[in-house]
Design a protein around this ligand. Sequence first.
Ligand code: GDP
Length: 287
Amino acid sequence: MPIHWFPGHMNATRQAIKDRVKAGLDVVIELLDARLPGSSSNPLLAALTTGRPSLKVLNKQDLADPAMTARWLEHYDAQAHTRAIALDAGEKAPARALVKACRELAPHRGGLDKPMRVLICGIPNVGKSTLINTLVGRRAAKTGDEPGITKVEQKIVLEDGFYLFDTPGMLWPRISVTQSGYHLAASGAIGRNAFDEEEVALELIAVLRRHYPERLKERFGLAELGTDDAVLEAIGLKRGAKVRGGGVQMHKAAEALLADFRQGLLGRITLETPEEMTAWRQAAAEE
Ligand code: GDP
């Protein structure tokens, strides 16, 4: 069953973005999960900020496959008015790369008379709070006080004449690509009760089998990869999810696999390629 999930706060967030566009916006930063850049992006953000240059920040790069991250960066850099960088939100000095990329995207802005106004957005759990905390360091985050701006907008002064605006809440699009729903659930972006862990684990096994079969074997000591169900069962046996009588508690096996993936214990993994994402989007649009 495809995953659909609609957390609250959407209208307030949408309004806050519209207000920011009206008040002045030079660059939109979209924070993406480097393990699932396509699935963690939000088409609604592009629709609300049309014409503004876009900086894609592939966060959690420490968990993603470096070769795949390079492909995704290339993919975004080839798009008009778009640049992409990869980082870990916990890095000591992520501000430098971020500020530099924004300046390249909006070279006419800067200085106190023409400050750079940057909006940062991202889906839940992508690492926005962590990144903002790292960026702010000891500086206090200030609340927006410009006319027409909701009080909830946060204004962070990164440097003199360089303002980072943070909207409240999150933008959550309709998940139109089924595969994206699974990737988002596997990554931990979707509330636990909104999906079936066993179903998501089986999808994750299918992806791992395609792109990283050796990691799956190594992590769980499997000599062979049988069917997806057989793999999940074998993981359950390794992780003590046996029931009396010899069966396996499949949901426990699923939890074990998802927890390992989220913690990076299967190694650095990216779930999707730019080409796959394009094909899935096309197929979804034709449906
Ligand atoms: P938000 O919902 O977007 O504000 O996300 P948070 O900043 O609360 O981060 C969600 C989770 O991801 C937390 O457990 C963070 O510690 C973790 N996290 C954030 N950024 C990174 C990163 O670059 N690498 C890794 N490994 N974990 C991260």
